[in-house]
Ligand binder design. Sequence first.
Ligand SMILES: [Zn+2]
Length: 379
Amino acid sequence: MSSTLITGITELITNDPDTEVPPDPALIVTDGRVSWIGSADRAPAADTALPAEGTVLPAFVDSHSHLVFDGDRSAEFTARMIGARYDGGGIATTVEATRAATDERLRALVEARVAEMRRQGTGVVEIKSGYGLNTPDELRSLRIAAEFTSEVTFLGAHVVPVEYRSDRAGYVDFVIGEMLQRAAEYARWIDVFCEPNSPHAFTGEESREILLAGRAAGLELRVHGNQLGHGPGAQLAVELDAASVDHCTYLSDADIDALAGSATVATVLPGVEFSTHSPYPDARKLIDSGVTVAIASDCNPGTCYSTSIPFMISLAVREMGMTPTEAVWAATRGSALSLRRDDLGVIKVGSPAELTVLDAPNHLHLAYRPGVPLARRLL
Ligand SMILES: [Zn+2]
């Protein structure tokens, strides 16, 4: 057994209503779990001492990322900044580059991206496939993702690949056939880009078929929905009890009512609106309506090549009407709930020591000081 006493905590965010935080709080981590929380002057002895000298909070949970890719789409981003519109078509460029990469190269790219996330305070990360779009390349993406996380998502239904452009139904059958059966070996989740407003993505009916097949194969459900316009994604997610519907840029009042009465989390991805010059979702309205909101990066080469949850928190506060406190909760506890991980996004006795420290006196600084590298993993 080895224990570490963490002191010098200027503010402790626990996200746990049952944990009382005293003045001058301290905590002890024993063998990777929080074993004690209390006032520093009453702390029991521990093997080592670690002064945090800042704000301690649960590590960010990044519940939506596409880290397994090769290729560069900076020119596409640059074109969008001066007016080109995003419609999901650029994904084909990444598919080509990803299929061409060696296993070693793909693994090294994912490793570097995960390390970049950790340097900015992220703990558990969800990683999707979706740039292989054939059986060997999807399986390879999932296998590599599984080396870095247990939150692996099969996204064979990301877009219809070029070779199936004239046979959409054939591609859906292909995804839910052999590809899905073999993907279930590595993945916990299945996801679909449900977006009738993109000619490359999937309709509501196609999405339903894919999600139901995924559930039958033992996978749990997530949905990309309501990104480019109003559509069926959010209500389909609620109807099928998906853990999360992600994007939620265009929601009707009926969509919000459905989400509010459900266990489906609405995950907002403000880096996407930033990187595609799109209107931001109305997170204020979601929260005021009783919807559980999460924030994630959606780190991907096309629509948001950022691994920074602090940046997403800044955007959510500046552009989506969230308070800093709500945004920090959404990027920790909210995103943990969107992965149905009750053990994450919280600091209490017994929880895993997934801890982040801010070089700041309180959590408000995450939004107040955008772009400043305040957050890092504590342990
Ligand atoms: Zn995504």
